[in-house]
Design a protein around this ligand. Structure first.
Ligand code: FAD
Length: 396
């Protein structure tokens, strides 16, 4: 029987595991993982609700990515529907939540999803070398070191790097590989936080009473981009699904200056005129009840408007529709849900092979792309993993 070709997958996260899964029936697969177990970030991602993908239709789905054209082919090749079918084939049933987000069915824990991957990989004969760190590579050779720093050479026909971004380093994705790729003349962009919280210069009157409280049914605007959703007041600033998609805009503003402005609309479903009509004939003491404002809304308005604006109905409503909060920074890289930066998209071909070494591929969060939360991050990693497997299958 003809010897199977060897594919080494470096990094046992969403992207790498999908590649290994798709190629394992036909190739000899070795997964190299520096941590003591694979899929650690998957487990972390699953903690607050394992949002695997999104039911959003294809065109708007693709538009969620920056740059969108970069991921178009792979998302089309392996869509959220394909991911659901694939997971079902592993015994992981999914459902679409009210917001279109896709989750494993109730009772299925993140560890069950990871176990299903591991079981199938083991059935397919995939070798998983944990506690093995990749330290260098050349055309067909990978140098790895085990936990005792004993080095070994592994030879490959194809190598797929899926080393992750640079947040939650305790899961393994520490971004420490960048220096090596730079020595190989690969353009690497410095990592920056994405999908992270912001630091806000809170007034004590807000922080002392409202830390941990949510702001529901609001919209946030940064630099003209508006997102409806929720925010959460934290000791340092704001987290939440309405802030994460604006981080790119905040980042740009913070590059240009040391601060940025976050505008809150506390009543995004009412126009200024609607609210003025509600207040007709009412006095200042009726603001809260008539406009259905919470104590937190009132505290924010009081803290971040002038006394004059607060006491005048017209300016009070203007502020309520566009309350300015001072952003003084982004949360640290390691806390971010995802990162931008890493290998430049210009360093890879459209099939994710390295331009200067086409039998080596780079996929997942280690590449410089961005997406909001909502399942788009994991779907992109799974789609890239599938897509690379498809290319390698076709080439062999
Ligand atoms: C708190 C949190 C919540 C999240 N929630 C969601 C969510 O609900 N939905 C969603 O879509 N996304 C979510 N994400 C993002 C998503 O988890 C990641 O985008 C995705 O897991 C990245 O997959 P990856 O395969 O590219 O990298 P990773 O999963 O980070 O895998 C990279 C692997 O490479 C290994 N590695 C690194 N360097 C080396 C080396 N030198 N040698 C060997 N191995 C190495 C690492 O140990 C790691 O196991 C969340 C992320 C976080 C942190």
């Amino acid at each position: 029987m003809k010897n199977k070709k060897t594919v080494i997958v470096v990094g046992g996260g969403a992207a790498g595991l999908m590649t290994a899964m798709q190629l394992s029936p036909k190739f000899k697969i070795i997964i190299i993982e520096k941590e003591k177990s694979i899929g650690r970030k998957l487990l972390v991602a699953g903690k607050g609700g394992f949002n695997l993908s999104n039911n959003c239709s294809l065109e708007p789905f693709i538009s969620k990515y920056t740059p969108s054209s970069f991921l178009e082919q792979s998302i089309k090749l392996f869509s959220s529907n394909d991911l659901q079918l694939f997971l079902a084939s592993l015994g992981i049933e999914t459902y679409v939540g009210s917001s279109g987000r896709i989750f494993p069915k109730e009772g299925i824990k993140p560890n069950d999803v990871l176990k299903a991957f591991k079981t199938q990989l083991s059935k397919n004969g995939v070798q998983i070398k944990v506690n093995h760190k990749f330290i260098s590579y050349s055309k067909n050779e990978l140098i790895v070191a085990n936990s005792n720093n004993v080095k070994a050479s592994l030879f490959f026909d194809y190598c797929v790097f899926a080393l992750g971004g640079a947040s939650w380093s305790k899961t393994g994705s520490d971004g420490k590989w960048t220096a090596l790729f730079q020595t190989k003349n690969i353009n690497v962009i410095p990592f920056q936080a994405s999908n992270c919280g912001v630091n806000i210069d809170w007034k004590a009157s807000v922080l002392n009473h409202y830390e941990g409280k949510p702001l529901k049914n609001i919209s946030f605007t940064v630099e003209g981009k508006t997102i409806k959703g929720e925010g959460l007041i934290t000791s340092y600033g704001m987290e939440g699904n309405a802030i994460y998609p604006l981080i790119g805009n905040v980042r740009d503003l913070l590059h240009a200056s040391s601060h940025a402005q976050l505008f809150i609309d506390l009543k995004p479903n009412n126009t200024h005129k609607d609210l003025m009509l509600k207040m007709k004939g009412k006095s200042f003491k009726d603001y809260k009840k008539t406009l259905n404002l919470s104590s937190l809304d009132m505290a924010l308005l009081k803290a971040y408007t002038s006394k004059q604006d607060y006491l005048n109905v017209n300016t009070f409503i203007s502020c309520l529709k566009k309350l300015e909060l001072p952003i003084i920074g982004l949360r640290p890289l390691d806390e971010a849900i995802s990162t931008v930066g890493g290998i430049s998209t210009t360093a890879v071909n459209s099939d994710f092979s390295l331009k200067n070494n086409p039998n080596i591929f780079s996929i997942g969060e280690m590449l410089d792309w961005d997406a909001p939360t909502g399942g788009y991050l994991l779907q992109a990693c799974f789609s890239m993993g599938y897509s690379v497997a498809n290319t390698i299958n076709k080439n062999s």
